[in-house]
Design a binder for this molecule. Structure first.
Ligand SMILES: *Cc1c(COP(=O)(O)O)cnc(C)c1O
Length: 219
């Protein structure tokens, strides 16, 4: 996996440390996360709040060395536990969720690092803010005191060849660049998974979310 990422960076003319590898550990047992940590991995992504919380608790002894990212959908009745336990949330697509996370982030913790999930594939996918609604949401989230808006996240529809795969990643990068021009200090493009991480890195991804290519097929 590291070799694949390094090769992609070389092709893109980027340094290997310009892309963070987020290991997506959904459905994997805590023991698999522990083994990955022992092999040098520190950032882990979870889709389901309850499953993520159980693993965070099971691995509490490693907590200072681990960074936990919520990458799946978040309902408003789960925001408190997420604000208390996670370091990052990638899947914010409405202001109400962001406001709750900001209000509920404990005073003892660092600001919650967040990305806005954008629907770059159109009708096909249901999650994510539409590009037209992004500027207003970004300005509002950036103003929340206990959140730190870091960038954008997308889950593009699967596409065949690399040229087709690149299109939604490029669209996401252009949206990020437009927000920067509006004065927002954003540094994170969370896009690319096992099937399309090369296309994502070629289009400027700074964080790729990889499950299968690290842990094997999910049951
Ligand atoms: C499952 C998942 C991933 C990882 O997918 P793989 O194909 O296993 O690499 C990345 N991002 C999100 C949001 C996911 O749900």
């Amino acid at each position: 996996m590291h070799q694949r990422l390094t090769n992609a960076c070389t092709r893109a003319g980027r340094s290997a440390d310009s892309v963070t590898l987020l290991a997506v550990s959904k459905t994997q047992p805590a023991a698999a996360v522990r083994a990955a940590h022992a092999a040098g991995q520190s950032a882990f992504g979870e889709n389901y709040v309850q499953e993520g919380l159980a693993k965070i608790e099971a691995l509490a002894d490693l907590r200072p060395e681990l960074e936990w990212h919520l990458i799946g959908p978040l309902q408003s009745n789960k925001t408190r536990v997420v604000a208390e336990a996670f370091d990052w949330v990638h899947s914010i697509d409405r202001l109400k969720i962001a406001q709750r996370l900001s209000e509920q982030r404990p005073a003892w913790a660092a600001p919650l690092q967040v990305c806005l999930q954008v629907n770059v594939s159109g009708e096909g996918s249901k999650s994510g803010v539409a590009p037209a609604g992004l500027p207003a949401l970004a300005q509002a989230v950036a103003a929340l005191p206990r959140l730190r808006l870091r960038g954008l996240m997308a889950i593009p529809e699967p596409a065949g060849d690399e040229a087709a795969q690149r299109q939604p990643h490029r669209a996401l990068r252009e949206l990020l660049e437009a927000l920067r021009q509006q004065g927002l200090a954003l540094d994170t493009l969370s896009t690319g998974m096992s099937a399309d991480l090369e296309a994502a890195v070629l289009e400027g991804a700074t964080l790729v979310r990889v499950g299968t290519a690290i842990f094997g097929e999910r049951a």
